[in-house]
Design a protein around this ligand. Structure first.
Ligand code: G7M
Length: 325
């Protein structure tokens, strides 16, 4: 069996026995309808009522390995909303005032699904990543990048095996939306694991560069321009072709700091407001290209702000360097 990978489970995929660990080459949609029985919740790591997500830490019966489960309510499906209303039960009227009323309603089970993302086995870093934590802002000069951030990234053992699995077509190969196989300027475009792949208004894809030596925005310079332009141009075309969504509806950006230090670009619908799309995290690909066209060394010289969370290794390294006084 190959090394376990970070993966996601849709359709309430089985979590029992050996199927808990997906092997290389397993298609992304296994289409089973088994349950999560045998999972016990040890802790609620985070609850986000606005996005209707709850993140749990727990264990499966008979295993000492920890698991992280992220449960997320799905948006309404426009095409079946009529059918939904015909099956919904009004359990209680909770308000009646003139022409206004509210109800507690229960949908037919067919409409009550939610998406579950599983990380199993989860390391302490995954548990931290998905936990509620205090947030801090770092103003990173190039000197701080070289003396604190870079050594911290290099010392980190946070696995990016899932990226290599995608690039080597060992997983999610059936989801690839577009591929340019050029080793230098090529990339793979596929749905981000956060997207349910149904609701186009919450479209979320990632373009993963074939080049393996670029960790983040800091590594970009004039030699990266062909790759960046290629991702921007062909990514937009592929999304238009496959989903009919024009570039004027897309937010195309790069995270700084990213969670995974292999260069990738986020393509999201402009209506979506995903975590990490704010000013302390997202850099528009258009702006990045423009900045490098003006100064090829821009990202080597720029001061950049980003957030770290209390238990991030990066936060600890900055604290050790005396940054938070
Ligand atoms: O923060 P950063 O820029 O590193 O974002 C990485 C993105 O990769 C996030 O939006 C994740 O949801 C996405 N992602 C993470 N994993 C582990 C997977 C995966 O296994 N498959 C896919 N398709 N996307 C992932």
């Amino acid at each position: 069996m190959s090394a376990p990978i970070d993966t996601m489970c849709e359709n309430n995929e089985t979590l029992t026995g050996k199927k808990r660990r997906l092997e290389s080459g397993v298609p992304s949609d296994t289409g089973t309808d088994e349950t999560f029985s045998g999972f016990s919740v040890d802790k609620i790591l985070r609850e986000d009522t606005r996005h209707k997500v709850i993140t749990l830490q727990g264990k499966f019966e008979g295993s000492e390995d920890k698991a992280v489960l992220l449960l997320e309510k799905r948006p309404f499906d426009r095409d079946s909303v009529n059918k939904l209303l015909s099956t919904v039960t009004r359990t209680k009227q909770t308000l009646k005032n003139d022409i206004y009323s509210t109800f507690d309603t229960v949908p037919d089970p067919a409409f009550a699904g939610f998406k579950t993302t599983m990380i199993y086995p989860a390391t302490e870093k995954h548990i931290m990543k998905y936990s509620d934590q205090e947030v801090w802002v770092v103003r990173e000069t190039p000197e701080l990048y070289n003396s604190v951030t870079l050594p911290s990234i290099e010392a980190s053992n946070f696995s990016i095996q899932w990226v290599y699995n995608i690039l080597e077509k060992k997983t999610e190969a059936d989801r690839i939306v577009f591929e340019d196989s050029d080793p230098e300027n090529g990339f793979l475009l596929l749905p981000d694991m956060k997207w349910d792949r149904k609701d186009l208004d919450s479209l979320y894809l990632v373009a993963i560069a074939n080049r393996r030596r670029m960790k983040s925005l800091r590594d970009l310079d004039e030699s990266s321009l062909p790759l960046l332009r290629n991702i921007l141009k062909k990514g937009k075309l592929a999304i238009k072709d496959k989903y009919g969504i024009p570039e004027s509806k897309l937010r195309i950006y790069v995270h700084y700091q990213p969670s995974y230090y292999h260069f990738h670009v986020h393509f999201t619908h402009v209506k979506l407001d995903p975590p990490g799309s704010g000013v302390l995290h997202a850099h528009l690909l258009d702006d990045i290209i423009d900045n490098i066209e003006h100064d090829g060394q821009c990202y080597k010289k720029k001061t950049m702000c980003f957030t770290v969370r209390e238990n991030d290794d990066l936060k600890k390294h900055y604290a050790e360097a005396g940054y938070f006084k």
